[in-house]
Design a protein around this ligand. Sequence first.
Ligand code: SF4
Ligand code: SF4
Length: 279
Amino acid sequence: MDIQVLLSTAGILAVDPGLIGTATAVVGGTGLLIGLFLGFAAKKFEVEVDEKELKVRELLPGANCGGCGYAGCDACAKAIAEGNAKIDVCPVANQEAYNAIAEVMGTTGEVKDKEVAFVKCAGTCDKVKLNYIYYGIKDCKKASIVPGNADKKCNYGCMGFGSCVKVCLFDAMHIVDGIAVVDKDKCTACGMCRKECPNNLIDIIPYESGTQVSCNSRNKGKDVKEACSIGCIGCKLCEKQCEFDAIHVTDNLALIDYSKCTNCGKCAAACPVKVIRIK
Ligand code: SF4
Ligand code: SF4
């Protein structure tokens, strides 16, 4: 019979067994071809994964903060495994992780000293004067395009709108009394806050550094005094007191060379505005 499938108004009544066999063969053959093609494609386009890279990736904290300078922990692990980044490039990992990464890489630990973020401003609400009342968007980057960097009279200092706070993944940065303050115990020195600050107020410094200049103003002493009662006036008294050549005034601002500083405290004692702090 020509008609292999018998139909009635009620639906399929019967199917020719020959037709079932043919259909099965076609479907099976097609499946086999697809399987072969997929197998071939998988082999052809296979991306070889470096075992070392996988192991290093497991040892990284997974914060994906970018503090290492790479686009996340995967890229960082790749760079370490390929020998293009130091084993302690991740600022968030701890000593234990560095040692384990060193072991994977077959090297001895080459570990940097612990670091921490430091905000170079002490201009709290009671110390800095205002130019006007700012009602704009509470965002440091946006406020930085307003003439004078928003309302504070010092245009070098912390605006206090907390752009740094928003990017910190470790709850280590808070706005206290109008300025950003770092919680040293929580900070991993990832540097996200540093990238975010439009006034370049945040440095990553040695964790153990006990002497810090909490100002970033390059204004002349007279202008600094007019704006803030705790700004560096560039008088150089600190410089004259330092026996270790560790503090110098450049562009009206005292800067510490942490590699030379012994934390003797003489500069802080000499500073008339008390902007140098010993911690
Ligand atoms: S440190 Fe910089 S980013 Fe943070 S609140 Fe101050 S101005 Fe804004
Ligand atoms: S305070 Fe800054 S450097 Fe420290 S963890 Fe937060 S974003 Fe990173």
